[in-house]
Each structure stands twice: as C-alpha cells, then as structure tokens.
Design a protein around this ligand. Structure first.
Ligand SMILES: Nc1ncnc2c1ncn2[C@@H]1O[C@H](COP(=O)(O)OP(=O)(O)OP(=O)(O)O)[C@@H](O)[C@H]1O
Ligand SMILES: [Mg+2]
Length: 313
C-alpha cells in the first residue's frame, strides 16, 4: 500500500504512475480537494481511456436503488422494473467505475460489492444467471475508512480490495504554494466562460487568497475566483471583489492590508472620472497628472470610463 500526504505534485505523480496499471485505487481527501479530478486523470492515462468512465455516488441512493444501479435488474424484479436493465458494472466493464463516497455503502451492499470484485461477475437483481463484468474500480472517500474498519462499519476485506493503492489528496491549506497557479487557472477558465478580458490577480487579492484557511478546498477557491471574475471592472481581480468571508478571518479583522498602491491609484482614477462625468482632462487636472499619464493608467488598469456628459473628453 502506498500512502502519500504531501503536495499535489506528488499526488498527481502517483496518479500518473498507477494509471496504466490495471489496479484498483482508493482516493482519500476532504470535500472539494480534487478527488474526482485525480480519478479523471487516472482514467485518461489508463489503457481503458477510450472506454467509459462511469460514476456513482454511493451516498446519494438508497440501498435498493444503489444495488440495481450497480448490478442492474431483470424485468419484474420489483414494481418499477418494466424491462431488463444493465447495471453500471456492465456498462463500465471495459472502462472505469468510480464509486464516490464508498464509505457510505450499507453492510449488505458491501458484501455484494466484494463478491463482484472477487468473482469478476455480477448478477442482475432478480436474476439467477451471472454475467462477466470487470471494470477497473476507483473509489473515493472523505471519511477515514480505516477507522470505519476498526469501528466495524466497513468490511476489512473490502477495504483491502479497494485500497490496493491509496492516494491522499491533501487539503488546500496544506499546499498553499499551489494557490497562485490554481487561482490563475480558474481565472482563465472564468475569462473564457464569461467572455471577459481578465489578465491577472492584484497583489492584495492574492494576499487574501494565500491567507485564507480554505475549509471548502479547491472548489471553494474556484467559486471565489469566479465570483471575483464576474464582479471585476478592470483586467485584474482585486480583494474587493472576493467573497467577504475570505477577508474576515480571526475575529472579523479584514486581512486586506489596504496598502496596495496600484489598487488605490485605480480607485482614485475611477472616482475622478466619475466625478467629472468621464471628462479626462478635468479628471487628470484633479489627479494632478497629465492627460497622457491618465490615458496610460486607464489602459493599464482597464478602468471603464463613464460616458461623457458633454464637454471635451
Ligand atoms: N489540480 C487541479 N487543477 C485544476 N483544477 C482542479 C485541481 N484540483 C481540483 N480542481 C477543480 O476543483 C473542483 C473540485 O474538484 P473535485 O470535484 O475533483 O473535488 P472532490 O474532491 O471530488 O469534491 P467532493 O468531495 O465534493 O466530491 C473541480 O472543478 C476541479 O476541476
Ligand atoms: Mg467528487
């Protein structure tokens, strides 16, 4: 069993190394850390890449529904079974079957899953015949499965079968060095999605992102950057556009130092332009800079100039 808890690079390296081996993988990580992201990477780098990657959330379905979802059913097996239906084991037989939140599976289903993995065949609910099904099983959990085994709520034999290779995705607060790269990646995605010309993250905003504790991990970071991207008026997102809870840590003190010179310059320019109704000459005079400098700053910060209310611009 391989266990790693350090940086994301190591996590992704492990994923890349286990990908081509046709073995089961168990991904452990808090909510929103990127478990599914790692699983997709494993599937895409495996010999099953052209085949389906099928996901099922074991916590979202009742025991009966999950069983028929996984193994299928025959017509008449229960009231709603109006025709034969293949389960995900068959659908993903040449591909990868992703069991999300596998720790939530009931004892009865754990036994059936173990049997399916051992025999490499399944039986549709209500059927007497076995069908060959051999998907690669990749499972994820945000729960400590080992203590679930100790507590007797998760089968030890199933645990060892699923956890042939364990990959731990560390929480974001333990890999802060990844924040700038992730934030930039999400900003680019948002720029494309919202069709905005967003070029970067102002230092004050980056400071806030680096200081925050990220209980919601990568997904929370993604949403924070998206929100800022929507609100941003200029080409860079600033601390002001980030969700307020990011700036209010430890007793509600804003983390923002308020000393970002460029940010203040941008705000002043916006105020002046607003006050003088978009008249650049008068705004430049008030700011005590030349119109050429003002013009340059407007471009640099991507300031939106209000439409002129008459007069020279
Ligand atoms: N290393 C990464 N690079 C780029 N994007 C990432 C990375 N890790 C995670 N993400 C993105 O973060 C978001 C959350 O990741 P994902 O859905 O894989 O988390 P999860 O651990 O499965 O969450 P949950 O526990 O809620 O199911 C996704 O949009 C994913 O694309
Ligand atoms: Mg997930």
């Amino acid at each position: 069993m391989v266990l790693v808890s350090s940086g994301m690079r190591e996590t992704l390296e492990l994923a890349a190394r286990v990908a081509p081996l046709d073995t089961g993988v168990l991904i452990f990580g808090e909510s929103g850390t990127g478990k599914e992201y790692v699983i997709r990477l494993i599937h895409e780098h495996s010999s099953r890449a052209g085949q389906p990657l099928v996901s099922v959330n074991c916590a979202a379905l009742t025991e009966t529904l999950l069983e028929s979802e996984l193994f299928g059913h025959v017509r008449g097996a229960f009231t709603d079974a109006i025709r034969d239906k293949a389960g995900l084991f068959e659908v993903a037989s040449s591909g990868t079957l992703f069991l999300d939140e596998v720790g939530e599976m009931s004892a009865g289903l754990q036994a059936k899953l173990l049997r399916a993995l051992q025999e490499r065949e399944i039986r549709r609910v209500g059927s007497e015949t076995s069908i060959k099904a051999n998907p690669r099983i990749v499972a994820a959990t945000n729960r400590d499965l080992r203590s679930a085994v100790h507590a007797g709520t998760f089968r030890e034999d199933l645990f060892y079968r699923l956890a042939a290779f364990v990959i731990v995705v560390p929480p974001l607060r333990e890999r802060r060095e990844a924040i700038p790269a992730l934030a930039k990646e999400f900003l680019q995605r948002a720029a494309v999605r919202f069709n905005k010309d967003l070029q970067g993250i102002a230092p004050d905003a980056m400071r806030v992102l680096l200081d925050y504790d990220w209980p919601g991990n990568v997904r929370e970071l993604e949403h924070a950057v998206e929100r800022a991207a929507i609100l941003a008026a200029g080409p860079r997102i600033t601390a002001l556009e980030l969700p307020p809870e990011l700036r209010l840590q430890d007793g509600g003190e804003p983390v923002d130092s308020g000393f970002d010179l460029e940010e203040h310059e941008r705000v002043l320019i916006e105020k002046a332009l607003e006050q003088f109704g978009g008249n650049r000459r008068r705004a430049a005079e008030a700011l005590n800079i030349s119109t050429v400098t003002l013009w340059r700053r407007i471009k640099q910060y991507g300031v939106r100039v209000p439409p002129a209310r008459g007069g020279t611009r």
